[in-house]
Each structure stands twice: as structure tokens, then as C-alpha cells.
Design a protein around this ligand. Structure first.
Ligand SMILES: *[C@@H]1O[C@H](CO)[C@@H](O)[C@H](O)[C@H]1NC(C)=O
Ligand SMILES: *[C@@H]1O[C@H](CO)[C@@H](O)[C@H](O)[C@H]1NC(C)=O
Ligand SMILES: *[C@@H]1O[C@H](CO)[C@@H](O)[C@H](O)[C@H]1NC(C)=O
Length: 452
């Protein structure tokens, strides 16, 4: 049962990577493959971000981040269980329904048009708003991309096999490949699949351009409540994904997500992605990147986790590794074991209480948790992710801190076995995905050092 589950679920990954390479060759994609395509990730609350609010307090930002993460949890879950009754969750499930954590900064076309797209490892199409556009958002960062004035824009015939792999890809009356990317509950992005020059730039490394990148030119968007992004940068493993067009590798490095001014957060595509550190098997299940969580330690103490559910279903303890949720969400048994140990260490000294179903204490992370041991997530094949105090807890208000690891099942029993490793646990790490080798790497590093 176990083996079957893993084998079946990793097939699409093998297939799609191989296929994408073939397709890429057919398209003569690759003029010159740059060795390192790197761009800064823009923090939602950074002063250069369209989401920046000058009157926000730190607590306001934290609140928004946690709300966005709840929407994200439901989005990830709903992709797996589309029939799950999500009416009791208050959010629209489009990745933009609540604000993103990071935006990808790049340009498209010639002359280049700047873009700020939502980084989404849960979907596999890069799409941007294209003129003429129906119900598109106002472009705060500049004019909208207009394919009719770009010299590097190419249309893709709907006879091209790629068209079949685009979301609802099909021919229109003029043989263009049209797509319709629907989201779980949000309104779709509808447009044509085309090719264009994508330019990544960073002030330190100059710019790098890649020609003939397959993307969605979106001429019709849902009436999003959030109108500040210019598209979605899908980092999923599907055939149309930018990742598959560029060597099937990518990595990101996030410093401190509580610090919007930290300027070394970055995304790297292609061969230059930094594949170092521990590695663990990576699979794609239901369109999500997943790893096997074998255990958790607090300091030197390995937690005793009740294995009952896993023994019964024969499944491994799988966890989605995600870049769109800040906290980590754990399956019930893992969470209970972890909470027990946290309370064991803290309840004698601090006042615990539940705030919206999550464990919090009165106090300050910087003062009251000195000496709290590091928590380690142990992944298959000996890969350890060490979560220190600043990643385990967050300051919710000036006098209250809460655990940044949460129990997903507070939203219903369907989430009982659902685990998602969020971005806070990945802080201070470079996280690299190799889709050909089916490996996820993580290396503890100061992101600033990657620029050298
Ligand atoms: C903060 O500013 C935004 C717009 O910039 C405004 O809509 C909001 O009401 C302000 N909030 C407070 C608490 O002043
Ligand atoms: C896109 O797909 C959605 C969901 O299937 C559908 O409701 C909508 O009408 C489609 N839009 C277009 C323009 O095809
Ligand atoms: C995006 O990158 C370009 C090139 O490095 C830079 O000039 C621009 O300021 C960046 N945009 C934002 C919002 O940071």
C-alpha cells in the first residue's frame, strides 16, 4: 500500500520533467541558458511593495500574515480534496484572496515591462496581465504588458503539444492556444499561451534574459479584491511551469520574514540554483511538493508521536513544503506531541492561553525564551531542519507571543493528517528543489552570502 502510494504519485513528476525537456527542445527554447537566473523576492510589507501600508504596526502585519496563511492552508487542502466543504472557512481561495508573502520581481518582453507577481509553488503557470484586458487590476508599478508592442512576443500554435498541458488549453477560432486557469474558489485567469523573453535582474548581478519562455498572457481576470499584483509566478512541477523550462531546478532563500526591509530574500531558477546541504526525497502528490517527516525533536529529546493513524492507513507522514504560508501546520499527533513538550518547558514560567485556538503566552520572544531549545524536524534520509526560537514563535502583540507551529485540525477533522511546512520554519535556510533528481535540499545560511 505504502509503496504503491509513493510510486503512483511520483509518476507525474518523472513524466512531466522528461516531457518538458523534449518540448523545450522542440521549441528551440534556450538561446543561451544563463547559468544563474536570480532575482530578489519582494516582501509584501517592504516599502517598495504595492502592499506597503505606512500606518501598519508590527502587530497589524503579523495579523495579516497569519490570516493569509489560513487562506493558504485552505487553498492547499482544497486542491487535494475539491469536494471538501469549505463553506465554513471565511476566505476566497484564490492565492491572491489574501495577501501574498512574497512577490517575484522580473520583466517581460522587449522593451521590458516590469512585473511583480505572486510567488506560488502551488500552481504551475506563470501568467501576467496583458493588454487589452478585461477586469484587470490597475498596474501600480507601470504600464500593463502589451504583446502588440513587444518585439520578442511569440504566439503558440494550439497544435503545439504544450497547449494540451496548459490549464484547459484549447484552440480558439484563430488557432491560438487559449487557457483558463481556475482557482479553487476564485475567479479564473483566461488568456492565451504564448512565448516571451523573461528578464531577471538584480542590481548586483546585472540582468539575465531567457527567450521563448512559455507563459499565460491573461486578457481576462476575475474581479479580484486584491488588485495590486501583476500576475502569478507558478513554481509548481507541471509541464508549463517556468521551473521545467529552466533546468527543473529552483531555490529560494528567506532571511527573517518579520523584517520587511531584509533585502537578500531571493529566488534562483535554473542551473545556478544552490543545491547544497542536507537532502531528502521530494515527490509531487496532488500537485504539491511533499517530503516525508520522520520525527521531531525538542533540544535533544525526540518526541514520541502516536503512530496510530499512519499504521492504520499505511501512509507515511507526508508534509507539503510550501512558500505561501508563514506558520507550519502539523497533523494532529505530531502537533500534540510538540505542544506537550513546549508546555512542559514553558508553563511553569509563563502564562499560557489559547488565542483563536492557538497556543500563546504572555511575554516577549526576545526576553522570555532565552535558552529555549531548538526544535528539529527530521526528514527522510537524515535531513534535519532546525527551527530556532524566532521561527518557532512569533510576537503577536507587544506582550503576547504565540507558537508558529499550529494544528491544522482546528479547522476540522479533514485536516487531521495534514501537514504543511511553512516559510517561518524555512527562515535562514536556502531551500532548493531538484525535480529531475527528486530531491529537496536545505542549507542553513545567511542569504546575503549567496550573492557572492
Ligand atoms: C491605514 O491606511 C489605509 C490606507 O493607506 C487606510 O485605509 C486605513 O484606514 C488606515 N488605517 C488606520 C488605522 O489609520
Ligand atoms: C473558465 O473555467 C471556469 C470553470 O470551469 C468557467 O466557469 C468559466 O466560464 C471559464 N471561462 C472561460 C472564458 O472559458
Ligand atoms: C525590480 O528589479 C529592478 C531591476 O533590478 C529594479 O530596478 C526595481 O526597482 C525592482 N522593483 C522593485 C519593486 O523592487
Amino acid at each position: 500500500m505504502d509503496t504503491v502510494f509513493v510510486l503512483v504519485s511520483s509518476l507525474p513528476l518523472i513524466f512531466s520533467t522528461h516531457f518538458a525537456l523534449t518540448v523545450a527542445n522542440n521549441l528551440e527554447f534556450s538561446s543561451i541558458q544563463p547559468t544563474r537566473l536570480v532575482t530578489k523576492l519582494i516582501h509584501r510589507d517592504s516599502i517598495v511593495s504595492p502592499y506597503y501600508r505606512s500606518n501598519d504596526t508590527v502587530a497589524d502585519r503579523t495579523e495579516r500574515t497569519m490570516k493569509a496563511s489560513l487562506a493558504r492552508l485552505s487553498y492547499l487542502y482544497a486542491k487535494i480534496e475539491r469536494d471538501f466543504d469549505i463553506n465554513d472557512l471565511w476566505l476566497n481561495l484564490h492565492p491572491s484572496a489574501s495577501e501574498p508573502l512574497f512577490l517575484v520581481n522580473f520583466s517581460m518582453g522587449q522593451p521590458p515591462v516590469p512585473q511583480l507577481a505572486i510567488m506560488d509553488s502551488g500552481s504551475s503557470l506563470l501568467w501576467i496581465q496583458c493588454a487589452p484586458c478585461k477586469s484587470c487590476s490597475q498596474q501600480i508599478i507601470g504600464p500593463m504588458f502589451d504583446p502588440s508592442i513587444s518585439s520578442t512576443y511569440g504566439s503558440l500554435s494550439c497544435k503545439n503539444i504544450i497547449c494540451r498541458y496548459a490549464p484547459s488549453g484549447e484552440c480558439d477560432s484563430s488557432s491560438q492556444c487559449v487557457y483558463n486557469q481556475t482557482y479553487v474558489e476564485g475567479l479564473p485567469s483566461v488568456g492565451v499561451i504564448a512565448t516571451e523573453q523573461l528578464i531577471f535582474g538584480s542590481p548586483d548581478e546585472g540582468t539575465n534574459a531567457v527567450n521563448n519562455v512559455i507563459f499565460g498572457c491573461s486578457h481576462r481576470n476575475g474581479n479580484y479584491k486584491d488588485t495590486r499584483f501583476t500576475g502569478v509566478f507558478g513554481l509548481g512541477s507541471g509541464i508549463t511551469s517556468v521551473v521545467n523550462q529552466m533546468g527543473s531546478k529552483f531555490s529560494y532563500c528567506i532571511g527573517n520574514i518579520a523584517d520587511p526591509d531584509y533585502s537578500y530574500n531571493q529566488l534562483v531558477l535554473s542551473e545556478g540554483a544552490n543545491m547544497e546541504g542536507y537532502s531528502t526525497p521530494l515527490d509531487v502528490v496532488d500537485g504539491h511538493y511533499q517530503v516525508i517527516l520522520e520525527g521531531i525533536s525538542v533540544g535533544e529529546t525526540r518526541l514520541v508521536i502516536d503512530p496510530s493513524t499512519f499504521q492504520r492507513t499505511g501512509k507515511e507522514r507526508r508534509a507539503i513544503i510550501d512558500s505561501g504560508t508563514a506558520p507550519t501546520w502539523l497533523a494532529e499527533n505530531e502537533y500534540r506531541a510538540l505542544e506537550r513538550e513546549v508546555r512542559n518547558l514553558l508553563d511553569r514560567f509563563l502564562t499560557p492561553f489559547m488565542r483563536e485556538s492557538f497556543l500563546c503566552y504572555r511575554g516577549k520572544v526576545g526576553q522570555d525564551l532565552v535558552g529555549f531549545p531548538a526544535v528539529t524536524f527530521h526528514f527522510a534520509e537524515g535531513a534535519d531542519l532546525v527551527v530556532d526560537t524566532e521561527s518557532m514563535f512569533y510576537q503577536a502583540t507587544p506582550n503576547i507571543f504565540c507558537m508558529a507551529v499550529r494544528q491544522a485540525s482546528v479547522y476540522g477533522k479533514d485536516f487531521k493528517d495534514f501537514s504543511v511546512i511553512g516559510l517561518m520554519a524555512q527562515q535562514y535556510y536556502n531551500v532548493a528543489y531538484d525535480l529531475n533528481k527528486h530531491k529537496l535540499f536545505f542549507q542553513r545560511i545567511d542569504c546575503e552570502l549567496l550573492d557572492e
